[in-house]
Design a protein around this ligand. Structure first.
Ligand code: SF4
Ligand code: SF4
Length: 142
């Protein structure tokens, strides 16, 4: 079985295939202008079971589906809060370029054995931007 679904790599708004089910990683990673929340800070609406204002969450939150949620990673166990890496693929509105990113959630996660084959599989499709927890950035191509 392929590790990644090519048809699901891009298209941030693609319909979710899964349920976040308590993961709130993007509620820290993403900037949400409607809540004056910069990227990298935990949203103050996060509750024990997920978004505490889910029915009324901002449009930006409704529109965001990480690569795992929309079925771009084949393994259900690769949910960001379990893997330590959140993957996303999208068309950058600023320049129309395709972006594929891997955001490290805790130190060392991008170097974990379970993550390596995913990095290889994704970088084989498109240059993969790696965002390390300590602020380092690099681009991986295979
Ligand atoms: S990171 Fe993905 S799985 Fe986790 S809450 Fe956000 S969209 Fe859902
Ligand atoms: S409003 Fe809800 S979905 Fe949006 S970042 Fe905050 S907790 Fe997450």
């Amino acid at each position: 079985m392929s590790l990644v679904s090519v048809s699901r790599l891009l298209g941030r708004g693609a319909a979710p295939e899964r349920d976040c089910d308590g993961c709130t990683v993007c509620c820290t990673v993403m900037a949400v202008a409607e809540r004056n929340k910069p990227g990298g800070t935990r949203c103050d609406a996060v509750a024990d079971a997920g978004c505490g204002i889910h029915p009324d969450r901002p449009a930006a939150c409704r529109a965001f589906h990480c690569l795992w949620l929309r079925g771009g990673l084949a393994d259900a166990a690769h949910r960001p809060d379990q893997l330590g890496v959140m993957f996303d693929g999208f068309i950058d509105r600023a320049d129309g370029e395709t972006r594929l990113v891997a955001i490290e959630l805790w130190p060392g996660a991008l170097g974990a054995p379970a993550v390596a084959p995913l990095l290889d599989a994704l970088a084989a499709r498109h240059p993969l931007h790696l965002h390390y927890r300590d602020g380092r950035r690099s681009v991986m191509s295979v």
